[in-house]
Ligand binder design. Sequence first.
Ligand SMILES: O=C(O)CCC(=O)C(=O)O
Ligand SMILES: [Fe+2]
Length: 260
Amino acid sequence: MFQEPPVKAIRSWASQVLKVPEDTVEALQLVRYQKGEQYSTHVDWGRKQDASLWLGGQRTATALIYLNTLPKDCGGETSFERLGIQVSPQAGAALVWPNVDSSGRPQDLVEHRAMPVLCETQKYAVNVLSAGLGAYAAARDWQRAVQVLLEIQLLAPRAQAKHWLQDAQTTAMFAALQPSGWEQCMVLFQGHANLTSLGCAIRACGMGRYWLGALRLLDEGIDALKCERRALWSAAHLACQASEAPQPLSPELSQMALPL
Ligand SMILES: O=C(O)CCC(=O)C(=O)O
Ligand SMILES: [Fe+2]
């Protein structure tokens, strides 16, 4: 389906307009409203308490492409009440807005709704959202996830998109939490120490049977992040379950400085 020419064309256009790699454009969503239907006020980005936010990476921007024009007085406008903006659907026009500010912080200002359609003409639109790396994390394709992370880092310099990049990096670490990716997970941990990434790194050590590393991270991480031991308990537990037999330390890892 991603290979259909119209879908490809829209995804490629969206990647340029939203300034994200094409791979992080989510699957297109087609929306249709019949008479009386609407979409109540919401934001397109994920809330902090939403676990899919750090697994999926933040939705940094939205492009809404209207597929048909609604007659006058037929409703169906996209309304940004906090901004005092209402846009009427016009065939072929696209409404593009950021969901985060220049530092990557999600914005409440861009909450919006689709006003009810008031006549028999149906409203059709395509909603294009820039996703994080979630698709690859879900597919356990850590090589692609890491590659996309590198592309994102090049596109968005660290200082300008700090929060979003942290989400993306943690997502890539999750994707790499596999027997074949655990060393890459440790590499991603460099310069990115927080509770979630530390938990990932401990589990990665367990996957690689690198027990010394897991123990060091557990001890030093608790000191450095000033967290309680039990905050990392499940990571440590999973690390222990990941493998039965210990494995000697590789020279490469023994030289790696902990980012704490
Ligand atoms: O249909 C509209 O005008 C807005 C749609 C929308 O906000 C959404 O699908 O997230
Ligand atoms: Fe929306």
